[in-house]
Design a protein around this ligand. Structure first.
Ligand code: HEM
Length: 454
């Protein structure tokens, strides 16, 4: 067998293993009280806990089809509709919203609480925040605010409200701790800490404003019939009264909107691999490359409305990490949390997972793993799903594969330039708002991306 054919076979086998695992979960989960798996492999009943191991063995030595037991009364082949349906149902990646909106919410974020809502006071607090922050009495004012606690649990219906609640209270908390002109506060007062922790628990995330609240949920469109693109979008909440901050956030938002094409293409790769082992994946790979190049184009627009001599001292301090802060009324022990950073966006991690860029385990990449805790839960799951997709680094895809890597490197190069220009040039502190030694860290990831070329 030629090297090419062997690679192709390996990809198919790896994919089939993942396929089997998905099928296993789709069928077996909560349906096997005694731990007996309803799948038969080669006619031999297997037990729930052994199935993944057995599947691996089978896939290593043969390309046998997997059959369902007689009791299930159905046959299953790798290409059957049943199998595809099982994978589709189980897959986060194949949910339609991602191909339309990427990691942005499926519906545009709520811009204000409904009239008469008990949370409506937060809209006023949020609107006044940038002006209030000019006052040295801001912290005294903030300690006195009455923030209505979140009532009830989270549902599909109230999720947009909960996100807006987290945005408003998260901004307030970061403004309080990191008010410009003051030493960072060591205590977050109870009236802010308790509601923030409560909302964060419901959203299954740490209680601090992160990338989701600063960018993913913080935009509106001027014209709903026009795309999510610079010129048609604005922010909902800010720390400062400077268009620079709007622009900084909105550049992220347009880059997130473009990511829908990346996720649509990766989903299509997944579907093709399930349906047809020999499918040509080149169109999807070129689609990803094109989307990342467009993201680079948007990233390059940063200086259009962002002054590098102002960023580091005006609004950057507000998104800084929390160091030894006690959340009054919640926990007596001082805690540390990472601040908001683009490193909490799921776009680059998805590309890294799909392209299998090996970021060496080190103190630096531990930051990468830790950033995931600050992402929405479903996005974390999606990254994990892409991580176990087969490696498509294959000589037959050399051209589009390298083109994607080049586009990712271009993104990381331009981005590294902004870190130099907007931060390193102005401040000696080696830590990013997310708490990484950013110059070294960003450089390492750029070099490892370039080294992955075929
Ligand atoms: C003036 C503009 C920007 C500056 C100064 C900047 C700065 C930084 C810094 C310092 C880090 C290191 C992590 C940390 O905070 O500790 C970082 C990480 C990151 N940022 Fe930005 N950033 C900018 C704009 C953007 C934009 C618009 C995006 C688009 C989504 C973005 C995406 C990322 C990503 C993906 C990482 C993780 C590193 C990687 O995977 O390459 N950044 N950024």
């Amino acid at each position: 067998m030629s090297e090419h054919a062997q690679r192709g076979r390996k990809i198919r086998l790896e994919h089939r293993l993942q396929f089997l695992k998905n099928l296993h979960w789709a069928i077996c989960r909560e349906q096997t009280p005694k731990g007996v798996c309803p799948l038969n492999i080669k006619g031999t009943p297997v037990y729930h806990r052994h199935i993944e191991q057995s599947a691996e063995l089978i896939l290593c030595f043969s390309e046998e089809r997997i059959m369902m037991t007689e009791t299930q009364g159905q046959r299953f082949t790798g290409k059957s509709d049943t199998g595809v349906a099982a994978i589709t149902e189980d897959s986060e990646l194949l949910k339609l919203g991602y191909a339309k909106r990427g990691f942005l919410p499926e519906a545009d974020p709520l811009t204000a609480f409904p009239t008469g809502s008990r949370y409506a006071v937060l809209d006023e607090i949020g609107r006044d925040l940038p002006s209030r922050l000019y006052d040295t009495g801001f912290r005294a004012y903030a300690r006195d605010i009455e923030i209505p606690g979140w009532q009830g649990l989270v549902t599909d219906e109230n999720l947009p409200q909960l996100r807006l609640y987290y945005v408003r209270v998260g901004f307030l908390a970061s403004a309080y701790v990191n008010q410009v002109g003051e030493e960072p506060a060591k205590v977050l007062p109870r009236n802010i800490a308790v509601p923030l922790v409560q909302a964060a628990k419901l959203l299954e995330r740490p209680p601090i404003l992160s990338y989701d609240g600063y960018a993913l949920y913080n935009w509106k469109r001027f014209r709903k019939d026009q795309p999510i693109r610079l010129g048609n979008i604005d922010t909902l909440q800010n720390f400062v009264q400077m268009y620079d901050e709007h622009w900084f956030i909105l550049v992220h938002v347009e880059i997130e909107a473009i990511a829908a094409d990346i996720l649509a293409a990766i989903a299509s790769v997944k579907r093709k691999l399930v349906e047809n082992d020999d499918a040509d994946l080149s169109p999807e790979l070129w689609r990803i490359e094109d989307a990342v190049q467009r993201q680079v184009g948007v990233l390059k627009r940063i200086p259009e409305h962002m002054d590098s001599s102002l960023y580091y001292k005006t609004f950057r301090p507000y998104i800084r990490f929390f160091e030894n802060v006690t959340y009054e009324g919640v926990d007596q022990a001082p805690i540390q949390f990472r601040g908001e950073t683009g490193a909490q966006s799921s776009i680059m991690p998805i590309l890294v997972a799909f392209m299998k860029v090996p970021h060496q385990q080190s103190l630096l990449t531990d930051h990468l793993a830790d950033m995931r805790k600050y992402m929405p839960l479903r996005h974390r799951q999606l990254i994990e799903e892409v991580e176990v997709m087969p490696d498509i680094r294959n000589p037959s895809y050399k051209e589009p594969y390298n083109a994607i890597l080049d586009a990712m490197s271009a993104f990381r190069k331009v981005h590294y330039g902004w870190a130099e220009e907007y931060i390193n040039r102005w401040t000696g502190d080696p830590r990013g708002t997310g708490g990484t030694p950013y110059i070294q860290w960003l450089k390492q990831m750029l070099l490892e991306t370039e080294a992955r070329r075929l």
